[in-house]
Write a protein that binds this ligand. Structure first.
Ligand code: ATP
Length: 364
């Protein structure tokens, strides 16, 4: 049995007409960093709150370290939780905020001091030790909240959107601080976020949810390379994957505006006889500009007019219409275009994804 075992967990809130979480099954090994990710309302927080014990499990079985936890009180689950709003005590100093939980647990004073010193040091809070939360920045407050969680020596950390109140720059630096802390402590962590970049950069494995149902569980690059369905393909990666409804007949793929592309034998083989109407997915970074320079694409060079350009510095997004669909290509700073320019491009054949139009499941 893994450190955490969740078997067919369901949640139906009182009075609700449908489940908020359905058949959630997951095994987590000790020391893993798991991210729950998905759009608003997909059930991430509900699942986390069931793990914490703040929300009752409607059906299913939940184990930590081999012990069934369904009916165990939150304080007896061996869990530390970090919340989005930090939940700090405004009248207490940093030091007191961090030590408060330990005092409640009747930990001896000398041990509390040792642990608080350690947390303050590891989180770089020494110079703020005697400040109150209102005199701290958002990032510093979030570190105090982390400090309060790590001193408790619990087996499992739960974090519910801990960075969502921070500005973009601070979010990025706190991301690496939390990852570093996780590496130092080696503690099992479950982290809820709606931000796929946060999940991709921090987690060992990601659980992608939609409408209360797990869509896929996997390592970040596995989800990026091998999305199980169109939803996962669209959710992971930035900019969003381009999707086209196409008709495949033999080696020819026809787009809804009549544009045609020849599929290489390798793609036809992977499709394993599937023909007719399919959904093609291609990521912006897998669209190559000026493909005439590359022999590989010579039969499949397409043209389009640039609608707009999103400049980001090292890489830019070019927006254009192709195959009857708004599309985006991620290009390097050396491939500058402006609205109105004509671009030649090709799709990298080995990077094409195909999905069933009805089930939206990946076809390979
Ligand atoms: N206390 C509650 N009573 C009834 N329904 C609830 C309650 N809390 C959440 N829900 C519903 O359960 C579903 C899942 O909500 P949940 O908060 O878990 O989603 P989430 O993925 O964490 O969303 P967000 O990113 O917006 O926090 C939603 O449809 C929500 O409206």
């Amino acid at each position: 049995m893994s450190f955490i075992e969740m078997k067919n967990i369901c949640k139906k809130y009182a009075g609700a007409d449908k489940n908020s979480v359905t058949d959630f099954s997951l095994s987590v090994e000790e020391g893993e960093f798991i991210a729950f990710v998905g759009p608003s309302g997909c059930g991430k927080s509900t699942t986390l709150r069931m793990i914490a014990g703040f929300e009752e499990i409607t059906s299913g079985d939940f184990y930590i370290d081999g012990k069934r936890m369904n009916a165990v009180l939150p304080r007896d689950r061996g869990i530390s939780m970090v919340f989005q709003n930090y939940a700090l005590y405004p009248h207490m100093t940093v030091e007191k905020n961090i030590s408060y939980g330990l005092k409640n647990m009747k930990v001896p004073a000398a041990e509390i001091k040792k642990k608080v010193d350690w947390a303050i040091d590891i989180l770089g809070l020494s110079e703020y030790r005697y400040r109150k939360p209102k005199n701290l920045s958002g990032g510093q407050r979030q570190r105090v909240a982390l400090g309060r969680a790590i001193v408790k020596d619990q087996k499992l950390f739960l974090m519910d959107e801990p960075l969502s109140n921070l500005d973009a720059k601070l979010r990025v630096s706190m991301r690496s601080e939390i990852s570093k802390l996780h590496r130092q402590l080696g503690s099992t962590t479950i982290y809820v976020t709606h931000d796929q970049v946060e999940a991709m950069t921090m987690a060992d494995r990601i659980v992608i949810m939609k409408d209360g149902v797990i869509q896929q569980v996997g390592k970040p690059m596995d989800l990026y390379e091998h999305p199980a369905n169109k939803f996962v393909a669209g959710f992971i990666g930035s900019p969003q994957m381009n999707f086209y409804e196409v008709k495949v007949a033999g080696n020819t793929m026809t787009f809804s505006d009549g544009s045609k592309m020849q599929l290489p034998e390798s793609v036809v083989t992977s499709l394993n006889g599937r023909q007719g109407t399919l959904v093609l997915g291609i990521r912006g970074e897998d669209i190559k500009l000026d493909p005439q320079n590359l022999d590989l694409y010579k039969d499949n060079i397409m043209s389009a007019t640039v609608d707009s350009v999103e400049v980001m510095g090292n890489e830019n997004n070019l927006y254009f219409n192709f195959g009857g669909t708004a599309s985006v290509a991620r290009v390097s700073k050396y491939e500058i275009s402006k609205p109105g320019d004509t671009i030649d491009f090709a799709f990298v054949p080995s990077r094409m994804h195909f999905f069933d139009t009805q089930t939206e499941e990946s076809l390979f």
